[in-house]
Design a protein around this ligand. Structure first.
Ligand code: AMP
Ligand code: MG
Length: 339
């Protein structure tokens, strides 16, 4: 994939945020230093991770974190994930390091697994939503890692969308939702994974999944059943709130489409693959023709946003089997449909 390698300010309107374009694999040092300086001085910086774009603020600065909640319109009881550059930083944020947390961090970091542990004293209450625990992860993205290393502070970063909207998987999505409310957008291209991290409570002997995500139960060595996690896991405040909903209706069709597919085809007259451009003027976008859950995950949020931009009334999504990554994908689709 050819990527722009020159960091700089772009001409398209950003709503006021400074846009820094960087090579996703080898980000420009000057651009990263500039974004890191904004973070350190209490500013808001959106940046790419392997899951979705995050909206970062220094986690130890209550005023900066308060601005994150305001920019997103995020409920105050929904704590933020603190992003750090390496496993060592976990020790500074946690009151104690449970063996399971060390084991999971070693196995999955950098990666899309968020660990909930007892919080060390001194982390602002606003960052952890008033809880006594803190959620921490090391993202697997060269831009995110370079930015975290340059900032040298833990960075609280929820998804960089207005609360309730589909998460952003490209810089354009961030600008559409938050361009007039934040200081910097670091554009490192599209996100590889496309759904958020898995959140687990790492304080017991076995991980307890608080939010399904990019690391599957299978990868965590957990049984396939569904104890605890899902629609309203009490342990993860964020799963209580409205989420992922575009400004058009979302319908779920069975794999292969079933009757809903026939209905959708009759209404739109054609079937649209996920990677195809969305036609303007139709009333139904039918999402199908993806190879597997991974491909659907990567494209899902962008497709929901494209559908609303194209003026679709309905998006019909063919479901995937709720196993592995498919479990998290179907969780997001169900929430988008409920929105
Ligand atoms: P987001 O950053 O928007 O992907 O949301 C972060 C998710 O992590 C939300 O579902 C939060 O409720 C969850 N989370 C963050 N901190 C904690 C914590 N200390 N305990 C449980 N869940 C948490
Ligand atoms: Mg979010």
């Amino acid at each position: 994939m050819p990527a722009p390698t020159i960091a700089g300010v772009s001409s398209p309107p950003t709503g006021g945020a400074r846009l820094l374009r960087v090579d996703p694999l080898s980000p420009d040092r000057a651009a990263i230093s500039e974004a890191a300086a904004v973070l350190r001085s209490g500013g808001l910086v959106a940046f790419p991770t392997e899951t979705v774009y995050g909206l970062g603020a220094r986690a130890d600065d209550a005023a900066a974190v308060t601005r994150v909640f305001a920019a997103k319109g995020r409920p105050a009881d929904n704590p933020l994930i603190v992003h750090v550059a390496g496993v060592d930083d976990l020790g500074r944020l946690a009151a104690a390091l449970p063996p399971l947390a060390i084991e999971l961090a070693t196995r999955f970091w950098p990666g899309p697994l968020t660990l909930v542990v007892d919080a060390a004293p001194g982390i602002p209450e606003v960052t952890v939503g008033g809880l006594s625990t803190v959620a921490v992860r090391v993202p697997a993205h060269p831009v995110a890692l370079a930015l975290l290393a340059a900032a040298g502070v833990p960075v609280a970063a929820p998804s960089a969308n207005r609360s309730g909207r589909p998460s952003p998987t490209a810089a354009a999505h961030v600008i559409a939702d938050l361009g007039d409310r934040i200081d910097v957008v670091v554009d490192g291209g599209p996100c590889r994974v496309g759904v958020e991290s898995t959140v687990v409570d790492a304080r017991a002997a076995v991980p307890v999944v608080l939010r399904e995500g990019a690391v599957s139960r299978e990868q965590l060595g957990l049984p396939d059943g569904d104890p605890g996690a899902g629609e309203d896991a009490a342990g993860s405040p964020g799963t209580r709130h409205r989420h992922y909903a575009p400004r058009c209706a979302v319908e779920i069709a069975p794999p292969g489409g079933g009757p809903a597919r026939a209905d959708a085809l009759a209404r739109v007259g054609r079937k649209v693959g996920l990677v195809a451009p969305v036609p303007a003027g139709g009333d139904v976008l039918h999402l199908a023709a993806y190879a597997d859950a991974r491909e659907l995950a990567t494209a899902l949020y962008g497709a929901l946003r494209s559908a609303e931009e194209a003026g679709m009334d309905v998006v019909v999504i063919e479901s995937v089997e709720p196993v592995g990554l498919g479990r998290a994908v179907m969780d997001r689709i169900r929430r988008a449909a409920a929105g």
